[in-house]
Design a protein around this ligand. Sequence first.
Ligand code: ZN
Ligand code: ZN
Length: 343
Amino acid sequence: MKAVRLHAYHQQPVVEDVPDPVVKGPLDVVVRIGGAGVCRTDLHIIEGQWAEAMAPVLPYTLGHENAGWVQEVGSAVTNVAVGDTVILHPTPTCGLCLPCRRGHDMHCENSSFPGLSHDGGMAEYLLTSARACVKLDPATRPQDVAALADAGITAYHAVAKAVPLLRPGTTCAIIGAGGLGHIGVQCVLALTAATVVVVDRNPDALELAAQLGAHHTVRSGEGQDAVAAVQDRTGGRGADVVLDFVAEQGAENEGFAMTARAGSYFVIGYGGTLTVPTLAIISTERNVIGNIVGTYPELAELMVLAQAGKVTLHTKTYPLAEAGQAIADLDAGRVRGRAILVP
Ligand SMILES: [Zn+2]
Ligand SMILES: [Zn+2]
């Protein structure tokens, strides 16, 4: 089969032939990929930022946002059958450790991360496990939902944690209306009555956010004072919740600065360094909250919103062979919403 393989850090991945994956264990599932999202994390992987944490053996196949159809199942698989349409939780988990039993899929002690720790789904087929499969309405086109498997679940997870804080009358600032952020905007609007302010340096992204129903949009970047603009729209208080889908290139420090007293700053994007005097944390009782992907039930809930049309992904599809172009377009900021590879 064809697969998008990373051979060395700081070099573009290449599309090449590799053997098809096969079922080995009783709970293994091989999925025929219908869509694989291209994510900023892929850019970070190529730059080597995940090398130490995930220690993949190069070369390997990228792709951690996957959906498709079940192709082959192991002898003990009962929850899906050959031909089922599925979206895949990004980390196949063991189901037996304490974090799994608490429902904290991302903290499973025995999980793997296809696309980061070993072969992922930018390919014709992917090996995963029964526990990762969320069965979908057969009418669903995998390419339309693939990015919800990581970008979507990550945005939804943060929003779900913020929901109890977002009572009517509160304000939620969302930094970055790109691949994750534009899903975050829709989730906040679907789940809360908060006022939504979207901050982005790109006017096209702000336009998309406004079309999705954001109440206010604020330009950030050079020559702009996004912190002051958010304070202006909140009577000088700042936002009760800030969801930072960028968290690099200075957005992280602006994000904390625009958080209201006793408010919460959610870090979802990454790459930058948050510099905060501890005095500023205690004197204002602001919270800084980390977020990594999400749980299996959260992915299932997000699919309910997607199938009800309350969360739609803005996508641009590319044939698998044009993965290099998709990655270059994402890197250059030419993708509105999400780039999806279709084998
Ligand atoms: Zn991703
Ligand atoms: Zn586990």
